[in-house]
Design a protein around this ligand. Structure first.
Ligand SMILES: [Zn+2]
Ligand SMILES: [Zn+2]
Length: 370
């Protein structure tokens, strides 16, 4: 959607951003292969912290390690908050909730998928194009079950443990999707209501090309609701948006592209046809009640090609991470420019998390920059 003017520096990409990124005071993003999760601490720096979303299956160790790097040995959150329960956001949820023995909060319409009561509406592999979309039919669909650790987010919009934040109902991508917003400085954790990379394209995901896009198409089961959710988020005029996929965005580029997405959602985000068009999936507090019939997948012959591309992508990411880990090891002690490059090796709690650490001092662009 964006055309980067030639005179501006290139936007950040996978190669130029660390896995653990400082997003805003008290907010860190951890990239888990192709999905993001967040650590959010309530001020002051001794305040409670929560985990927002729980990454891919198998990510529990890495998430705990990162929490300890940020908050100290045996760090344990006060709660886990879920934007929604797709497998790439809830993969390590059961393990972490049990290990930490903490409550898990989600919208009442999302709880069926976190308490084993219902599977999500089936993904629509005919929309979006790209290998990741074609393969969406193979993604795990079983509901997670955190049992009686699951709780409803408070109906009044407040967020447990984080009095500075409120939750915003943003259904469409899933029936009970929510975003989290800190009004005082305009920080938005948008989940998959919109994302900052083109999630259906394996190349864009690999590069983490930074631009505002609608929700990942293959999982979105109510396009009308998804449009209204993006409009709602655009009206908040966020200054920083950290989403489920892609590198966080801020300032003018974010506002412009998010406004454009809200105004032209139909053209920019909604597929021309698909299983959930024109009719959405119907769901309630018990889970999915009705889904439209599947549509024939015109791309089936390409599925094998998609599979090959995705395996290639996986190997590429693995090699890159292995390479990156080696490099980090080699440069340990010399490359200290960014504290959070080395979450596993440095205990960062001695750095006041409420002081912007970026040397440009531009974490929170004033109105003159917006
Ligand atoms: Zn999702
Ligand atoms: Zn996602």
């Amino acid at each position: 959607m964006s055309n980067q003017p030639a005179h501006l520096p290139a936007r950040p990409n996978r190669a130029t951003t660390p896995e653990l990124q400082f997003v805003a005071p008290g907010v860190w993003a951890l990239r888990n292969v192709f999905v993001n999760l967040f650590f959010v601490r309530q001020a002051p720096s001794t305040g409670p912290w929560v985990l927002v979303d729980a990454g891919l299956p198998g990510a529990a160790g890495k998430i705990r390690q990162t929490a300890e790097a940020l908050f100290g040995p045996a760090a344990r959150p006060a709660a886990i908050l879920m934007t929604h329960g797709h497998f790439d956001h809830a993969g390590a949820l059961e393990t972490l909730a049990a290990h930490w023995d903490v409550p898990v909060y989600a919208h009442p319409l999302e709880l069926p998928y976190l308490t084993g009561r219902s599977a999500y509406p089936p993904p629509d592999p005919t929309v979006g194009g790209g290998a990741l979309a074609w393969l969406s039919g193979l993604y795990p669909k079983h509901p997670y079950n955190v049992g009686n650790r699951a709780h409803e987010l408070p109906a009044d919009g407040t967020v447990p443990e984080l009095p500075d934040w409120r939750w915003i109902f943003t259904p469409g991508h899933t029936p009970g999707h929510v975003a989290f917003f800190r009004e005082s400085d305009g920080v938005l954790l948008a989940g998959d209501a919109f994302v900052t990379t083109q999630q259906e394209s394996s190349l864009a995901v690999w590069e983490q090309r930074q631009e505002v896009h609608g929700p990942p198409k293959y999982f979105t089961c109510d396009w009308d609701a998804a449009r209204r959710s993006v409009e709602r988020l655009a009206r908040l005029q966020p200054r920083v948006a950290a989403t489920g996929h892609g590198i966080p965005m801020r300032g003018q580029a974010l506002l412009q592209e998010l406004t454009e997405l809200a105004q032209h959602f139909q053209e920019l985000a909604v597929p021309a046809q698909g299983r959930y068009l024109p009719d959405p999936a119907i769901a309630d507090e018990t889970g999915v009640r009705a889904v439209p019939p599947p549509v024939r997948n015109p791309r089936t012959p390409w599925l094998l090609g998609g599979l090959a591309a995705t395996i290639g992508l996986g190997i590429g990411i693995w090699l890159k991470q292995r390479d990156g880990a080696r490099k980090r090891y080699k440069h340990r002690g010399r490359n200290r420019r960014h504290h959070f490059d080395q979450p596993a090796t440095g205990y960062a709690a001695d750095i006041d998390p409420f002081t912007p650490v970026d040397e440009t001092g531009d974490w929170f662009p004033g109105p003159q920059h917006l």
